[in-house]
Ligand binder design. Sequence first.
Ligand SMILES: C[S@@+](CC[C@H](N)C(=O)[O-])C[C@H]1O[C@@H](n2cnc3c(N)ncnc32)[C@H](O)[C@@H]1O
Length: 281
Amino acid sequence: MTLRDHLAAAVQTLRVAGVPSPEVDARALVLHALNLSPTAFLLRGSEEVAGADAERLGELIRQRAARTPLQHLLGMVDWGGVQLRVDGRALIPRPETEWLLHLALADLNGVSAPRVVDVGTGTGALALGVKMARPDAAVLGVDLSSEALALAGENAALNVMDVVFVESDLLANIPGTFDLILANLPYLPDADRAHADPEVRHDPDLALYSGPDGLLLARRLIPQAHTALTESGLLWLELDPRNAPAFAAELRAQGWAVTLHADLTGRERFVRAELTPLTPR
Ligand SMILES: C[S@@+](CC[C@H](N)C(=O)[O-])C[C@H]1O[C@@H](n2cnc3c(N)ncnc32)[C@H](O)[C@@H]1O
């Protein structure tokens, strides 16, 4: 079979398996399995692919058809300006979270040598993304999962970056104050577990669910953030568009100055909160 034949067969296999983007995934796996650049792929479409190459590709396509996430099969993602190793130890960083990084970084303009903490760091995505954009920042990533922290440490080494990762239940073990607290914590209602996509089942449960309305952890973080923010410090949270407006209202009722921000699909998902003189200390 030629390269083109393998690609067509892979697309068909993935389509039958219900994979949402069979063409994109099949092409990515063909390039990965055969270690081809996009240009080489275009030029070598009529070449025969057999033996170990064909077997390696077949195995990847079988795993993707069984709904192993594409990112786990590729092993790496480009995210927020950094290269991240991804596997079952931590949530695969999502594209919408890159927008949180973008929004929060804009708030650091004019703050020199900011102190930043990423609560629930997972692969280290946000922490490393901040450090890449702002090498002058002192960045800490915390997580409850020692497995996630091991992966985050590997990602810091991979990108040759000086970010400290610490095991903590939210900010419970973290002394000091911060100019920016970033938190993409679990925010799905527990009931979502029953109808999660097959790929999402490869993310750790600890990374996904947060009580009946998805806000359990965000609510627990607030008093800690209150103590840990500098006077002009900012808290940025990613939530579910179903619960972000309700959480923003809760924070306003507690005296925080809050704005809601949309993701690139127009859904209000990000909460920016700062202390005001009305927020009781
Ligand atoms: C939705 S994932 C986000 C990972 C990463 N920030 C990202 O954007 O890709 C949430 C992370 O929060 C961590 N987590 C869950 N409960 C926690 C807690 N009580 N304290 C600290 N981290 C927690 C999970 O282990 C997981 O890594």
